[in-house]
Write a protein that binds this ligand. Structure first.
Ligand SMILES: CC(C)(COP(=O)(O)OP(=O)(O)OC[C@H]1O[C@@H](n2cnc3c(N)ncnc32)[C@H](O)[C@@H]1OP(=O)(O)O)[C@@H](O)C(=O)NCCC(=O)NCCS
Length: 435
């Protein structure tokens, strides 16, 4: 097969097996996978397919939500640079932007905030469900199970083709995820559940539900609430990552959004995705002191992929992750309140050495969003097991928006990749006694 010319709008392919040539239209820098089916070596041939494990170079959808240029280190939501949003907006404003495509005006912001605030309560039975988990259950495991269980409380969520119902489920999920997360944390600590406080903002209320003890009114530290708000903005969406692809795939079978979010959460749980910030902290603790950093880097290099520098590298960013830069800045605001996390020194030393080391430079491995976020969460008093849960709260907005975009896209169908079969050819079984 020879690819002869690629003009602006079509790609000419000559099939050397048959001598036939094909013109495939190019749109938005892509050819359609199904156009390749026309290329056949014989009448029985089902046609050419694309073999692309892990979807390294396959666009599975059109999306108007998030733009990333990994080589330049650019991240934009609906066209707005992440730096500007993190500087000037609240998480709920950004959530509204992701959903509606435009930032809210004052009245819209007020109504949106009111809706989210008034959907934060959980059915009391969810508390009983939570009580059934072992005292040391991982909160991410609890979250996966309880958010899935919510689908049984909201059977109306199955009306996925009804716009008003979809909107209600978005309010519910965005509002209830912090409550589920905080309850999972309180369960692991053996503490009574703290109910939402509607006087507080989204992140202030989350801190309230996590940390309220015997005081009548919990007063969150403004710098910590703002830092958490910014971290939520940075994690809100990231186009077609592993968990978002799972959300779209489950949603494509027309399952209800609570079940789909449970699946997306499960994908996020893995250490190569949302579990990385927890893995970073474990790695920093294992290194222990700054002087042991060079030996650790040596082990990673000699491990040839077996041992990784967690929080480094990204499928898309081959430059400094723009989110990591913002996080590094807000770390200072947090440490001014909490005191410095001693692991920061080790992280800074790791970054310094890795950014100069040929192994990492050659492979374009830079710190990603997870490299510093865990250090901040730990300084705020959160256990490492909660880090991925925090990611899930913020990413729920992205999941819901991507889910709705998928449902409204007339080109989307149930997700169903193809395969290249490599097993035995047809054969016939022998009776049990003769095998
Ligand atoms: C994020 C990640 C899964 C992306 O993986 P990917 O795009 O499939 O990249 P690959 O696994 O093909 O890695 C490319 C090369 O860099 C190396 N590499 C990638 N990430 C590395 C890391 N964190 N530490 C050391 N080496 C790494 C691989 O071993 C491979 O080297 P090779 O070419 O000699 O085989 C990967 O970089 C990783 O595992 N990072 C650590 C986990 C993490 O921080 N995840 C959070 C993502 S936000």
């Amino acid at each position: 097969m020879e690819i002869e010319t690629a003009t602006l709008d079509k790609l000419k392919i000559v099939d050397e097996r048959t001598g036939k040539s094909y013109d495939l239209p190019i749109e938005n820098g892509t050819i359609r996978g199904t156009d390749l089916k026309k290329i056949k070596s014989s009448a029985e041939d089902p046609g050419l397919m694309v073999y692309d494990p892990a979807y390294m170079n396959t666009a599975a959808c059109r999306s108007a939500i998030t733009f990333i240029d990994g080589d330049k280190g650019i991240l934009q939501y609906r066209g707005y640079p992440i730096e500007e949003l993190a500087e000037s907006c609240t998480f709920l404003e950004v959530a509204y932007l992701l959903l509606h495509g435009e930032l809210p005006g004052e009245a819209e912001n007020e109504e949106w905030t009111r809706q989210i605030t008034y959907h934060t309560m959980l059915h009391e039975s969810i508390k009983k469900f939570m009580d059934g988990f072992a005292y040391d259950a991982h909160p991410m495991g609890i979250l996966v199970a309880t958010v899935g269980a919510l689908s049984t409380f909201y059977p109306d969520a199955r009306n996925i083709h009804d716009e008003a119902s979809r909107r209600t489920q978005i309010y519910r999920l965005v509002a209830k995820m912090p409550t589920l997360a905080a309850f999972a944390y309180r369960h692991s600590r053996g503490l009574p559940y703290a109910y939402p406080d509607n006087d507080l903002t989204y992140t202030q209320n989350f801190l309230n539900m996590l940390f309220k003890m015997t005081e009548v009114k919990y007063r969150p530290e403004p710098a910590l609430a703002r830092a958490l708000d910014v971290l939520f903005i940075l994690h809100a969406d990231h186009e077609q990552n592993c968990s978002t692809s799972v959300m779209r795939a489950i949603g494509s079978s027309h399952a209800d959004p609570f079940s789909a979010v449970a699946g997306a959460c499960a994908a996020l749980y893995g250490p190569l995705h949302g579990g990385a910030n927890e893995a970073v902290l474990k790695m920093l603790a294992e290194i222990g002191t700054k002087d042991r950093v060079p030996a650790f880097i040596k082990e990673v290099k000699e491990g040839h992929g077996e041992k990784r520098l967690m929080g480094f590298g990204h499928r898309i960013y081959k430059n400094y992750d723009p989110r990591a830069k913002i996080i590094k800045r807000i770390a200072d605001d947090v440490f001014a309140v909490t005191g410095k996390n001693p692991l920061l020194e080790i992280a800074l030393e790791l970054e310094k050495i890795a950014l100069e080391d040929e192994y990492f430079v050659k492979r374009k491995l830079y710190p990603n969003v997870d490299f510093y976020s865990g250090i901040i969460y730990q300084a705020m008093g959160l256990p490492t097991s909660m880090f991925t849960v925090l990611f899930a709260i913020a990413r729920t907005m992205g999941w819901m928006v991507q889910w709705e975009e998928m449902l409204l896209d007339p080109e989307q169908k149930i997700a169903r990749p193809r395969q290249v079969y490599t097993g035995p050819g047809e054969r016939h079984l022998a009776p049990l006694a003769k095998r």
